[in-house]
Design a protein around this ligand. Structure first.
Ligand SMILES: *Cc1c(COP(=O)(O)O)cnc(C)c1O
Length: 391
């Protein structure tokens, strides 16, 4: 049994070199930049219609035409995606922006939106015959990878900085992964994962170093559009580490326009980072095409502790093409706004999610967001995974 995927090939996001999609592959062989999946969107548009979607399952797999998995038996689903887009009415009134919405990704399997990307990447690696998987992660990605590897019955090798909060390590171990703690940052873990992959034939599912995590995360863009009746908000605020979700949503908007699901208008995309690790904000402010690595990265928001991102140029492109911006918030602001969000909405956010609210308030104060605009914040994970922060 096949899915209705219309995947055609892969193309390098930087040099345009194309590749067959039916192979296990990491980066572009020519320029070592990310590969992106391409689809037959004319064919997809024939069946991916608002009417047909209304009948479909409540998971991200509802968008099968524009997802890469071809075989039904390779679809690894724990119920990821199709998360609520909550109108934060009380919060919106309080901050002077009534049309504030929160996409609550904390309700995903493994309690973060990493489930979207890893569901897709592990499904596709499984479909293409990977014998085992490896991932460097500062937290949520490792738990999600461990979960989908367990579902598939694939060995999982996780490399984490040794100061990662205990719960993130425990989650991986209990899900059956082998966990190696590394004395260093996520970038050092990446080196270890790569070495293991080269030595043992594991497939490396580092973010944007394989083509399909971004395909899982792009479904956030499809969902926001569908949940808003095929319109898009004025502003999207996204807590940016590797930037996979931001890049994915930007790709989704172009695909949706090509299929006639939305028009040519786009939200202004905002990347939020911690003042303790803000390589994208610095590069955006300096007008750079690529982001220099951030020295001494430190933040309580583990998902934002990414000193260097392989998709940096794609993040910066999306911010600029959308007339968006990039802002920093402090860890103290994240903790304060987590409480504000919790008390005003009933959503207990990850610090990364709270960072979006802190950024929104800054941008409202600066007049960059107007009070009558529609704003979507991404709460990318559940506060319950960060028990160590809320003493
Ligand atoms: C990984 C992560 C992020 C950053 O996501 P990217 O798409 O890699 O930028 C934000 N929040 C949480 C909770 C995360 O786990």
């Amino acid at each position: 049994m096949t899915t209705s995927s219309t995947l055609t090939h892969l193309a390098c996001a930087y040099c345009g070199e194309t590749y067959t999609a039916d192979q296990l592959i990491n980066l572009c062989h020519e320029c070592c930049k990310p590969l992106l999946a391409r689809y037959d969107l004319a064919r997809a548009a024939a069946t991916l219609t608002p009417e047909s979607l209304a009948e479909r399952e409540a998971s991200l797999w509802r968008y099968a035409e524009v997802l890469p998995v071809r075989r039904r038996d390779a679809v690894l689903c724990l119920g990821e995606g199709w998360t609520p887009l909550n109108h934060a009415a009380r919060l919106g009134e309080a901050i002077g922006c009534p049309a504030t919405y929160i996409k609550d990704e904390g309700v995903n399997p493994t309690a973060s939106f990493k489930a979207r990307g890893l569901s897709m990447a592990v499904s596709r690696a499984y479909e293409l015959g990977a014998p085992a998987l490896a991932i460097p992660s500062a937290g949520n990605a490792a738990g999600a990878m461990s979960a989908y590897a367990a579902l598939a019955g694939l060995p999982a090798h996780v490399f984490m900085p040794q100061d990662v909060p205990t719960l993130f390590q425990v989650e991986c171990r209990e899900l059956g992964a082998s966990v190696t703690l590394v004395d260093g940052l996520i970038t050092d873990c990446g080196v270890k994962a790569r070495e293991g992959a080269a030595q043992h034939g594991w497939f490396d599912v580092s973010t944007l170093k394989e083509p399909y995590r971004v395909e899982g995360k792009k479904t956030m863009g499809y969902e926001v559009a569908e949940q808003m009746g095929w319109t898009l908000p004025d502003v999207i605020i996204y807590p940016t580490g590797g930037g996979t979700g931001l890049i994915g949503m930007w790709k989704a908007f172009a695909e949706m326009e090509a299929m006639g699901l939305v028009g040519s208008e786009r939200p202004r995309m905002v990347a939020v980072q911690s003042s303790g690790c803000a390589p994208m904000v610095r590069a955006f402010d300096q007008g750079d095409e690529f982001a220099a690595p951030w020295e001494g990265a430190a933040t309580v928001a583990d998902g934002l502790r990414v000193p260097a991102a392989v998709g940096d140029f794609l993040i910066l492109r999306a911010l600029r093409e959308s007339n968006g911006t990039a802002v920093t918030v402090t860890d103290a602001e994240m903790l304060a706004y987590a409480r504000e969000m919790g008390r005003m909405t009933g959503i207990f956010p990850a610090p990364e999610g709270a960072a979006c609210l802190a950024a929104q308030v800054k941008l409202l104060t600066a007049g960059w967001i107007r009070s009558d605009e529609t704003v979507v914040l991404f709460n990318t994970g559940s506060g319950l995974k960060y028990a160590h922060l809320w003493a």
